[in-house]
Design a protein around this ligand. Structure first.
Ligand code: GLY
Ligand code: MN
Ligand code: MN
Length: 469
């Protein structure tokens, strides 16, 4: 009799039960699966990657489940570079680009195949399909991805055996990483390339970004509709309301939702969301739906909980709005990536000097970065499969680069007056405002994908009057 697990209620598996479990199963192989609509785009992305590394084997793992405790795991999220190059979301997979003599590559994909019913793994193993859900067979994956697929259980010995110059993305799959001998600096170049190649989105990706933003807009409207229930409970009501929309229309949220009421709004990444929601204060709400294909939006609105801004709240709001307008005006092809950040920051510095919170003149304050006391973060970032997308791209391609049509980025200036900041009048303390939209660079300039959400102070008040529940 096979041994049972510690503290399991069964002592083991009898030979009779084992034999019973192995028999009587229908053949469920699917022969109807066709090429995923993303597959031709993924093939073009692989061709671009291949061109950068002639003669070298490239290994791009998808990642493994992470244990939360005992046999409980965190939700799996594949490595974005793998998703981009394959369109696949399987765990325990790896894309391999195998070099050819002509300088190109042949691509294939390691996958965890279906469990055999000839042993007990399918119902007792660590990845047992009867517990975790059915996986695709290798043939099914090949049909969907348009890639030859191999059993990942032979990946480590296969990769270790071949004497081919190899690069792997590190930090994703420890067992594959241990199987290959690579150079860290050269591996970093592979990760950089995978980030670089995501800077400009293809048309399929742009359509997904629109879906992410459209769902997010609906999630914001849901949240406003339930504001009174948040007032009666806590910030968590808003978080949960948005999460329902994200799970219904997409995969999940693309990052930890920020529901920051009152002085929590001055904390850039407030995700505890366990505070009270009080009329008279502001609610800074920063959230994004991640699509089923793992592209995320990232939008912020700052709302007066009672429906109208106080004079001081409106002053801060209008300053952030102006800074966002200045930033968005600088988003166009050929502009430097930094331009929108600088335009927003200059605008904020001018207001802060005018209010007497930092010493002028404004140009000097900006050059010295004095506005950063009240606005610590950059004014935006690339957006896509990751909320802070393309984070490993080369500086010259990203922050020191030039905007091109197809890039998607956030413009999100903010002002944050800490509750214990003695340099500002008391009624300003504890006010935080951020306005964040998702822009795609177009041939003519840009399109604000999140333009359906009201943005100016007047529009926000009118929106609240119509929808706030
Ligand atoms: N939600 C994180 C950010 O705005 O960058
Ligand atoms: Mn953002
Ligand atoms: Mn955000």
């Amino acid at each position: 009799m096979a041994k049972g697990r510690k503290n399991g209620l069964y002592a083991g598996i009898s030979d009779e039960l084992s034999a019973l479990m192995r028999t009587g199963w229908a053949d469920t192989e699917r022969h109807d699966l066709t090429l995923d609509e993303q597959a031709p785009y993924a093939a073009l992305r692989r061709a671009a990657l291949s061109a950068r590394f002639p003669g070298e084997r490239l290994v791009i793992p998808s990642g493994n489940l992470k244990v939360r405790s005992n046999d409980d795991t965190y939700p799996f999220r594949p490595y974005s570079g793998y998703v981009h190059m394959t369109g696949d979301q399987a765990r325990d997979g790896a894309l391999v680009l195998e070099p050819r003599a002509d300088g190109g590559h042949d691509a294939y994909c390691y996958q965890l195949p279906r469990d055999s019913r000839d042993n007990d793994e399918f119902w007792t193993g660590a990845h047992a399909e009867l517990w975790m859900g059915r996986r695709r067979s290798l043939a099914e994956s090949a049909a969907v991805l348009g890639l030859a697929c191999r059993d990942v259980r032979s990946a480590a010995p296969d990769l270790a055996a071949a004497d081919v110059p190899t690069r792997i993305v590190r930090g994703i799959d420890p067992s594959l990483e241990a199987a290959v001998t690579t150079d860290e600096a050269r591996d970093d170049e592979l990760e950089e390339a995978l980030s670089d190649l995501r800077l400009v989105k293809d048309e399929w990706e742009l359509a997904e970004m629109r879906k992410a933003v459209d769902s997010t807009v609906r999630g914001f409207t849901d949240a406003i509709g339930e504001l009174s229930r948040a007032v009666a409970s806590s910030e968590r009501w808003i978080e949960g309301t948005f999460f329902r929309r994200a799970r219904l229309e997409g995969n999940s949220v693309g990052y930890g939702t920020i529901c920051a009421a009152g002085d929590h709004a001055t904390i850039m990444h407030w995700t505890a969301n366990d505070g009270p929601v009080r009329p008279g204060e502001l609610l800074l709400f920063d959230a994004g739906v991640e699509t089923h294909t793992l592209y995320t939006a990232d939008v912020t609105r700052t709302l007066p909980i009672s429906g109208t801004f106080t004079d001081v709240q409106r002053k801060v709001y209008d300053a952030v709005y102006e800074a966002q307008e200045a930033g968005m005006a600088a988003v166009k092809p050929g502009a430097h990536y930094r331009d929108f950040h600088e335009a927003s920051q200059r605008s904020l510095a001018e207001r802060l000097v005018e209010w007497g919170f930092i010493e002028g003149p404004a140009d000097r304050a900006y050059e010295l970065g004095l506005q950063r006391r009240f606005t610590m973060a950059g004014t935006g970032h690339m957006l896509g499969l990751d909320v802070h997308d393309c984070a490993h791209a080369r500086n010259e391609e990203y922050v020191d680069g030039v905007l091109e049509p197809g890039m998607v980025l956030t413009v999100e200036p903010g002002l944050y007056f800490q509750p214990d900041d003695l340099t500002v009048p008391e009624e300003w303390r504890g006010i935080g405002v951020r306005i964040e939209d998702d822009l795609v660079v177009t041939d003519a300039g840009h399109e604000n994908l999140s333009a359906d959400l009201p943005r100016s102070a007047d529009e926000v008040e009118a929106w609240m009057a119509r929808f706030a529940g």
